[in-house]
Structure formats: structure tokens, C-alpha cells
Design a protein around this ligand. Structure first.
Ligand SMILES: Cc1cc2nc3c(=O)[nH]c(=O)nc-3n(C[C@H](O)[C@H](O)[C@H](O)COP(=O)(O)OP(=O)(O)OC[C@H]3O[C@@H](n4cnc5c(N)ncnc54)[C@H](O)[C@@H]3O)c2cc1C
Length: 395
């Protein structure tokens, strides 16, 4: 048994690293436990919304992110057969935020920046290749049990523990909490391609949601490549999703006959799509943040952003609890973050996903008319921009 830590953060994903950075900056020591041997470089989130950039100002990293990322000041909603439905220009938020755009920047690069800045910090320690198996509250703290790569069992004690260990969170399971909600009957097939999609679709934005009754697509530009995310029925097998000829056929259907014989594809991934929230984000001295507490469809790019918001709001409440012994702020922040996950993140991503994947032609047509009506009404459009950029949820 080792000396009690101030805080143990489980998981070195973008949310855990945000928590660690915010906590050490406020004078609290952090021990981070990460199951992997190094940071994940999986491609996942790539959109940073305006309020997230505002919050990250205190870390002094926004300049570097802006320099290395792409500024997407518009996003489009299209229909595969009917073309452009509506375009939203985030520059209309110019009087609401310093950052009236989405920043396209990969989450693994964000995590690398945070880890680089944390690595020399005297209040920060990271333990790689150690998987947390359980947490248990004891008289004056929380005991965290984990297993190292060589099978050694390790026990640590902290005043507070934050589970930022992703969707399959061992911390959440140890608390007896499930992620409640549903899984959509689709999976996302995600391809990276250097093909210039902007030549095929005139005036294409950097972020595009393309509705279709069979296979809707998100087309997202990140600094080096386009990401093409096909929403595919969940009865398509893994082998068929990864099948090279089937991938080329999907791309051909999207691009049309004038495309090259073989569209370049540099990576292939697929994911199930969930809409789930834990019943509680706090049990005693243990809190959940990010995907450990809530997972949602990626349509709208809110998952990681809301996880970073969890971290930035939980950190000062933990600091207050440690310094004053008053943990009322923790109770409030845990309840508030859960409500945001339900009322903002779930509501917006569910609406986006349902619209994009709607199969009934009449309903799709009605949805398109409703979206066009919203986009052409300045007051409604502004309200929607505030909601979908998450500004409304943090103001
Ligand atoms: C295809 C895709 C596209 C997405 N696009 C967007 C987007 O554009 N915008 C957006 O906001 N969100 C997006 N998301 C969601 C976003 O990727 C997640 O919300 C984000 O990764 C959550 O971060 P996290 O730190 O909570 O969890 P994770 O990134 O999952 O990190 C958890 C960490 O915990 C570690 N860990 C797990 N179990 C243990 C254990 N028992 N012990 C120790 N360590 C453990 C893992 O190794 C990992 O490093 C997307 C997701 C997907 C799948």
C-alpha cells in the first residue's frame, strides 16, 4: 500500500489528460493510471467546438492547436440525391465567442500536447501498462486496485478518484453502474482518403452531413486527409465492412463514375453507435467523466467536447473539496454534467442521427423543409448555432 494521493485519474484519454492538467494547475497532485503502454493514436474525434477552445485557453495551448488544425467556419447538410439542403455559417457567432468556428484537429494530437506539457510537472505522475480493476471507498479515501502488465497486483489510495477510462470503464462497473440507453442499428465505417472530394462536390464545406435512406455519410476534412464515415446497417459483417472491393463500391456510389478506378484509402475503422448515459456521475469520492459516464453518436462532434467540459467543471470542484472538505460543489457538478449529457448531447446527436439516417422519403423531405426553414430564419438559426456549438450549454 502506498501513500495517499490527492487524486487518481484513471485513463489517459483526452478527458483524463484534461482533468490532470486542470488539477495540477490548481496545486493538486495527480497520479494517472493508464492501461495502454502509450497514448492511443486511434482516429476518433476531430472537432473542437467554440466553448471547448475558450476553456482550453487557461492551458496556453489554443495557439498551437489553431496553427496545426483547420478552421471550419461552415458546415453543410446535404442529401445524396437532392444535393445541398442547408449551410450553417459559424461566423454568425462572432459576437458570442472569440472562436466562431469548429477547429478540425485530431484528438490524439490534443492528448499528445497535454501529455508533453504534463510530463515535467512535479505534481504529475503517470503509470503506464496498468489496468484498474476496482475502486472501493475506505474511511478517508478510495482504494484503487490495478494489475500491471506482468500480472503484479497494485493498490493505491487517493482522496478522490475520477474514472476517465472510456466507454467500458472499469471504474463505472466497479460502482455497479451501467450505461443506460440504446445502440443504433447501424455502425460507422470510417475511411481516410486523399481523394479531393471538394472537386466532386462543388462548394463543399470542411464538415458535411449527407443524408441518405441507405447509407448516409459524414465527410470531414482534417489537416491531412478527408475522413469518410458511412453509416452502414449493423447486419453487415466485419469482413464485409473491411472488404476492399465493397469499400471501393461504396466510394464509387458516393463519387460517381468520373472518379479514379481506385480511390485511395489509407485507413479503415468501424464503430458501433450508442446513445447511453450512466445513472449517476458520482458515488461518494468517485466521479465519472467523459465516455465513462456518457457515450453518444458522433454526428455533431459532441462526445469528446462534452467530456472536456466535464473535466473543466469537475476539476475546480475537486480542488474545493480537498481544500475545504466541503464537497457540495462535487454533488452539484456531477448532477449538472449528467443533465448536460441528457439534455444537450443526447438531444442534439440523436436528432442529427435520426435525420441523417431517416429511411422514409416523405419524412426526409419534411425534415429537409424544416431544416431549410430554420436555416433561413435569422433568430432560429442563431439559436440552433448556439445549441449545436455547445455555447448554449455552458453560458
Ligand atoms: C469514430 C468516432 C468519431 C468521433 N468524433 C468525435 C468528434 O468529432 N467530436 C467529439 O467531441 N467526439 C467525437 N467522438 C467521441 C470521442 O472520441 C470520445 O468521446 C472521446 O475519446 C472520449 O474521451 P475519454 O478520454 O473519455 O475516453 P477514451 O478516449 O476512450 O480514453 C480512455 C482511456 O482510458 C484507458 N483505460 C480504459 N480502461 C482502463 C482501465 N481499466 N485502467 C486504466 N486505463 C484504462 C484507455 O486505454 C484510454 O486511454 C468520436 C468517437 C468516435 C468513435
Amino acid at each position: 500500500m502506498q501513500r495517499a494521493n490527492d487524486v487518481i485519474v484513471v485513463g489517459a484519454g483526452p478527458v483524463g489528460l484534461t482533468l490532470a492538467t486542470a488539477l495540477v494547475a490548481r496545486g493538486v497532485s495527480v497520479t494517472m493510471i493508464e492501461a495502454g503502454a502509450a497514448l492511443s493514436t486511434d482516429w476518433r474525434a476531430s472537432t473542437f467546438h467554440p466553448p471547448t477552445l475558450e476553456m482550453l485557453e487557461e492551458f496556453g495551448i489554443v495557439g498551437e492547436m489553431l496553427e496545426r488544425g483547420l478552421i471550419a467556419d461552415k458546415y453543410q447538410v446535404r442529401d445524396r440525391s437532392r444535393g445541398l439542403i442547408a449551410e450553417f455559417d459559424l461566423r454568425e457567432l462572432g459576437s458570442d465567442t472569440k472562436y466562431p468556428f469548429r477547429l478540425q484537429f485530431e484528438q490524439y494530437k490534443y492528448s499528445q500536447i497535454l501529455l508533453r506539457n504534463l510530463s515535467d510537472h512535479p505534481l504529475f505522475t503517470i503509470q503506464w501498462s496498468e489496468r484498474v480493476s476496482s475502486v472501493a471507498e475506505i474511511s478517508d479515501g478510495v482504494q484503487v486496485a490495478s494489475v500491471a502488465a506482468d500480472g503484479t497486483e497494485v493498490t493505491r489510495v487517493a482522496q478522490y478518484v475520477i474514472g476517465a477510462d472510456g466507454a467500458k470503464s472499469a471504474v463505472r462497473r466497479s460502482l455497479g453502474l451501467e450505461l443506460e440507453g440504446h445502440t443504433y442499428p447501424v455502425r460507422f465505417l470510417i475511411l481516410s482518403s486523399s481523394y479531393p472530394f471538394e472537386k466532386r462536390f462543388p462548394d463543399l464545406a470542411l464538415v458535411n452531413y449527407i443524408w441518405d435512406p441507405v447509407e448516409p455519410v459524414m465527410l470531414l476534412r482534417i489537416p491531412d486527409v478527408w475522413r469518410v464515415m458511412f453509416s452502414v446497417s449493423d447486419d453487415v459483417s466485419d469482413d464485409m465492412l473491411a472488404d476492399r472491393a465493397a469499400i471501393q463500391q461504396r466510394l464509387k456510389t458516393l463519387i460517381g463514375d468520373e472518379g479514379p478506378a481506385e480511390v485511395p484509402v489509407s485507413s479503415v475503422q468501424y464503430y458501433s453507435v450508442h446513445q447511453r448515459v450512466a445513472a449517476r456521475f458520482r458515488v461518494g469520492r468517485v466521479l465519472l467523466a467523459g465516455d465513462a459516464g456518457h457515450i453518444n453518436s458522433p454526428v455533431g462532434g459532441l462526445g469528446m467536447n462534452s467530456g472536456i467540459h466535464d473535466a473543466m467543471q469537475i476539476a475546480p470542484a475537486v480542488v474545493a473539496a480537498i481544500s475545504d472538505g466541503d464537497d457540495e460543489a462535487l454533488t452539484q457538478v456531477a448532477a449538472h454534467r449528467r443533465q448536460v449529457a441528457l439534455d444537450t448531447v443526447r438531444a442534439i446527436t440523436d436528432r442529427n442521427t435520426r435525420e441523417m439516417t431517416e429511411k422514409d422519403d416523405d419524412v426526409r423531405r419534411a425534415n429537409a423543409l424544416a431544416l431549410q426553414s430554420l436555416a433561413s430564419d435569422p433568430a432560429k438559426r442563431h439559436k440552433w448555432l448556439l445549441q449545436s456549438s455547445m455555447l448554449a450549454a455552458v453560458r
